[in-house]
Design a protein around this ligand. Structure first.
Ligand SMILES: [Zn+2]
Length: 202
């Protein structure tokens, strides 16, 4: 996305609608400094106010992202570019989530092992031993639960038989046997039961 082009486009649409930076800012409930920053190409509007901004400027989201008016015949081409951009963003977000899963998984396992090791080899009263094992086990349980939740939320599972990508129920993910992030599940589309691979985007 070309931030500078988008900024100039916002400025020209704003003037077309006879709005000053201050009036536009007031209608959006933000500061006129923010509007001036977009128009100078120093920042982009927050996704949350984009729909309202488009409404006020009488443009669509597609045009906002491309920084120009889009003629109807070019419309599909541009929305493809937009979809591609959104797909890239989704892939990036899912990649980050999955690396977080690995970190949480390791931390939970290490905590568990250290607690068990210390409880087994260090001399201490029996009740301390029990507490340490309990703490280690719950750290492990919380870690595993979070990992499963992340794995469920990030991306999709792909059926090798029909190629459909889907998000299974949390319960199904928890119960399924797995190799890495591939899980043995039943495809909701064709009923094939096999190891379904984790993929980052649809
Ligand atoms: Zn299938």
């Amino acid at each position: 996305m070309n931030q500078e082009k988008i900024g100039k486009f916002i400025a020209s649409c704003r003037k077309e609608q006879g709005l000053t930076q201050a009036v536009l800012a007031e209608r959006l409930g933000i500061t006129d400094r923010a509007v001036s920053k977009w128009e100078n190409g120093r920042s982009l509007p927050d996704a949350s106010i984009m729909p309202e901004l488009c409404d006020l400027l009488k443009i669509n989201l597609n045009e906002l992202f491309s920084g120009e008016r889009v003629a109807m015949e070019n419309y599909n081409e541009t929305s493809d570019a937009l979809l591609l951009e959104m797909k890239k963003q989704e892939e990036l977000a899912n990649k980050k989530l999955l690396s977080l899963e690995v970190v949480i998984g390791y931390m939970a396992s290490i905590t568990f092992l250290v607690m068990i090791f210390v409880a087994s080899y260090v001399d201490m009263p029996a009740w301390v031993r029990v507490v340490m094992i309990a703490v280690g086990a719950s750290a492990f349980a919380v870690g595993v639960t979070n990992c499963l939740k992340i794995e469920h939320d990030a991306g999709y599972y792909e059926c090798p038989e029909c190629g459909e990508k889907y998000v299974p129920e949390m319960k199904t993910v928890v119960m399924a046997r797995h190799i890495g992030t591939s899980r043995k599940m039943k495809c909701p589309y064709c009923g094939n039961k096999a190891y379904h691979k984790k993929v980052l985007t649809k």
